[in-house]
Design a protein around this ligand. Structure first.
Ligand code: KG4
Ligand code: ZN
Length: 348
């Protein structure tokens, strides 16, 4: 049994968590997530401000998590897991430097964790069934990834976005419709009031006769949809009156594509479990549509609750535990990288 401190600072959430256990039998003892609100006035994350906010917040966030995890006496921490890629490099460095210093001071090992692998593990923290083999759809602000997960650490890359990530599409469409940042939640709320028949945008990258060997079979793309919404908004006249309908048309098209691509992935690989992750997995309409479509395969869809869908340190600790158990140890020159492929990709 290992007790880990997880640290996540790749974007605009400063988070620390204490997780203990072995393999998939883990307990989340404490988690603190501090969302930086300084970016709201700019309508998007400002990297330099994110780094500075992590610097101020990280020590108290870790102290709070350690204090919350305390059962009797000081919590023993056996290892540290910290996100070191991908993300904003200045923001990542704050977590990486802190994690290494903490580990060095306590004489415990540290491991670097790939942020998207963290998202892959997140759902299993609250759904014991969300373990391999499964089809994974990771939809966040920076990434959209469709993977076949044979086992933890063995991932087959099936598809990705060719331009905007799903969350980025929500954020950009929100901006052009006049909703605040981050755009996912206000679009979802507005879409619930919108008329689905008013704007029916083309479903991106979906053609009836696509075959698994076609390059576009699993990939997605949202920039054309974003432009279609922009043009429709310009023609709409009274944007105030049309906003909810436009939000609905956009969300329906994006969801239809994500659901169909995930359905194809599960069908082609004979998976009966589908795991969603990333901030966009908070979207109830996406989860409902996914469940409805995947029921045709008799597949169960697992979606994380909001605190594990958006960026958090618990998922980093869980992915870090997996690597520690396999013997991984980072040296004290562990660095941060803005981009890096998810580890464990099957290449043949
Ligand atoms: O995973 P995450 O917290 O951060 C990244 O790693 O990027 O994802 C943030 C993204 C944002 O783009 C946000 O608009 C989106 O998740 N999001 C949503 C919803 N809640 C958050 N998108 C759609 N519907 C939601 N309810
Ligand atoms: Zn994320």
């Amino acid at each position: 049994m290992t007790r880990l401190l997880g640290i996540e600072t790749s974007c605009d959430e400063t988070s620390a968590a204490v997780l203990e256990g072995a393999g998939d039998a883990v307990t989340l003892c404490a988690q603190v997530i501090l969302s930086q609100d300084v970016h709201r006035v700019f309508g998007g994350v400002v990297p330099e401000l994110a780094s500075r906010a992590h610097l101020t917040a990280l020590v108290p966030v870790v102290e709070r998590a350690l204090a919350d995890a305390r059962t009797d006496g000081a919590p023993e921490i056996d290892a540290v897991a910290v996100t070191n890629a991908p993300g904003l490099v200045g923001a990542l460095l704050v977590g990486v430097c802190f994690g290494k210093a903490f580990a060095y001071a306590r004489g415990v090992p540290v491991v670097g964790v790939h942020h998207m692998e963290g998202h892959l593990f997140a759902t299993s923290l609250e759904h014991p069934g969300a373990v391999p083999p499964f089809t994974a759809l990771l939809v966040s602000g920076g990434h959209t990834l469709l993977l076949d997960v044979e086992a933890w650490g063995r991932y087959r890359h099936l598809g990705a976005t060719r331009d905007d990530a799903a969350g980025e599409a929500f954020d950009k469409v929100a901006k052009l419709l006049g909703f605040p940042y981050p755009g996912g939640p206000p679009i979802e709320r507005a879409a619930a009031e919108g008329d689905p028949a008013r704007y029916r945008f083309t479903r991106p990258m979906l053609h009836a006769n696509q075959r698994p060997e076609d390059p576009g079979f699993y990939d997605v793309s949202f920039s054309g949809l974003k432009t279609a919404v922009l043009l429709a908004a310009r023609d709409a006249g009274d944007l105030e009156r049309e906003r909810a309908h436009l939000a609905r048309g956009f969300q329906d098209a994006l969801i239809a594509t994500l659901v169909e691509k995930t359905y194809r992935a599960a069908r082609e690989h004979g998976r009966t479990r589908v795991v969603l992750g990333g901030g966009v997995a908070c979207n109830r309409a996406l989860v409902a549509a996914m469940r409805e479509r995947l029921a045709a395969l008799g597949a169960t869809v697992y979606a994380p609750s909001a605190r594990l869908a958006t960026d958090n340190a618990a998922m980093i600790a869980r992915a870090g535990l997996f690597h520690l158990e396999r013997g991984a140890r980072a040296s004290l020159d562990l660095n941060a990288f803005a981009s890096a492929p998810i580890p464990g990709l099957i290449t043949e």
